[in-house]
Design a binder for this molecule. Structure first.
Ligand code: MEV
Length: 439
């Protein structure tokens, strides 16, 4: 077991690696070499990455891929996608190509409001607290004017502060439930700074409020933090076409295809076990764009899954229907994204990703990202209701298996050719490699 170390963060990167080698890798040089191999030779760039987080000892690569041919609201996009899972980018590209000759994707932002809360305890009547709140509401808002000044110039700011009693669930528990607009920023720092100031103002104002007894004055702030549940930062995207424009398969007419597709989505609407996987597939596309554009994919994931459970039962984020022989497939998802601040101007690949998208504002990025999720879900359901998912997956996974066996270029070429007409299974790939190597 490694010994306890204090002051680890103060060690140089080299000394951190030395400590790891000694206490975790038995001084094996391959561990050290692996970490160093991934350092960037451009020292300035490496320093930039080192300083994103603490205790950085190396870089962790993920593929930076692109999916072309996305027609969204009449404009053509090539989507940047950062994801390690094979098939995702290929599936997105395939769906984009399919829909671009059928009118493309429509997308529209419904709302962009974000939420933050000051959670506090108060011993007294709600009526009195409410009176106090009414008298200090303006003071609360002006107390953050130094924080909101710039945001207001960009059209954002504090929209509302509401006092909420939660005493039916926890004794003496109240909230300032606050809503914000953050323009093109994701706005986490802005919101949290406002909330912390609201908390301070709440306390200072309570100290001089005549209407309170000593006990009532004793308000305790529990915490002040934004919420990643953003049901009012919502975007919708959809595709639609005549049923007879949908794929026909040897075993399915386009009408049967449409019916089966809608049924697959209906299953995800009512069956949580399926809905989680269905939505996971949606998030394959969404997270990939969110990561590539330097946004916080954990926040997006948390918000999306909470939204999927908003009616008390976890359900699908997408919906499909056939009406008057028109097939429509749509997504509705909360996406609190930013195109300024955070990593957007710092990480060279994030900057490039945003450039690739034509430097979108936050609303446009919400639309593009929702489309990535819808496209991914379309591709997944298309495979699931026809060939099954493994055919495409294993085709794409073939390269991973070949790399695992350190296949040479010529071995890869021969085996890719062989698996064009044979089902890819892990064991058959191994058999074929061994056979080649014996020859
Ligand atoms: C795999 O990463 C995602 C899928 O399982 C999604 C789905 O089942 O809809 C293919």
């Amino acid at each position: 077991m490694a010994p306890v170390i204090s002051g680890f963060s103060k060690l140089s990167k080299e000394d951190k690696i030395k400590w790891l080698a000694e206490h975790h890798f038995n001084n094996d040089v391959t561990a050290t070499d692996t970490l160093i191999t991934y350092w960037n030779s451009d020292e300035q760039l490496q320093r930039l990455h080192d300083e994103f987080t603490e205790n950085t000892i190396s870089n962790y690569y993920l593929p930076f891929s692109v999916a072309p041919n996305f027609l969204i609201n009449g404009e053509r996009y090539t989507l940047p996608m950062t994801i390690e899972e094979s098939s995702v980018v290929a599936a997105a590209s395939k769906a984009a190509k399919f829909w671009q000759i059928r009118g493309g994707f429509s997308a529209q932002v419904i709302s962009t409001t974000k939420v933050g809360q000051v959670h506090f305890s108060y011993m007294g009547s709600f009526e009195k607290l409410n009176q106090f709140f009414d008298t200090i509401k303006n003071t609360l808002i002006t107390s953050v004017s130094h924080i909101t000044k710039n945001m207001e110039k960009r059209g954002g700011g504090v929209r509302e502060i509401e006092l909420r009693s939660k005493t039916s669930e926890i004794d003496n528990y109240y909230q300032l439930h606050c809503t914000f607009e953050t323009a093109d920023a994701m706005g986490a720092n802005f919101i949290n700074s406002c909330l912390e100031q609201f908390a301070k103002t709440l306390i200072s104002e309570s100290q001089t409020y005549d209407g309170f007894t000593e006990t009532e004055r004793n308000i305790e702030i529990i915490m002040s933090i934004l919420s990643n549940y953003v049901p009012e930062c919502l975007v919708k995207a959809s595709v639609s076409c005549a049923v007879n424009e949908l794929p026909t398969k040897p075993e399915l007419s386009s009408k049967q295809y449409a019916t089966k597709f809608v049924r697959a989505v209906n299953i995800a609407e009512i069956e949580p076990y399926r809905a989680v996987t269905h939505n996971k597939g949606i998030m394959n596309g969404i997270d990939a764009v969110v990561l590539a554009t330097g946004n916080d994919f954990r926040a997006i994931e948390a918000g999306a899954h909470a939204y999927a459970s908003r009616n008390g039962k976890y359900s699908s984020l997408t919906h499909a229907e056939i009406k008057n022989d028109i097939f429509t497939f749509s997504i509705e998802i909360p996406l609190a994204l930013g195109t300024v601040g955070g990593l957007t101007n710092l990480h060279p690949l994030v900057k490039l990703a945003l450039q690739l998208l034509g430097k979108p504002n936050a609303k446009k990025l919400m639309e593009i990202t929702a489309v990535a999720g819808l496209a991914q879900n379309f591709a997944a359901i298309n495979s699931l209701i026809t060939t099954g998912i493994q055919q495409g997956h294993m085709k794409m996974h073939l390269m991973n298996i070949l790399n695992q066996f350190k296949a040479t270029d010529s071995e890869k070429e021969q085996l890719i050719k062989y698996f064009k007409t044979n089902t890819v299974t892990h064991s058959d790939v191994v058999t074929q490699i061994e056979k080649l190597r014996q020859e």
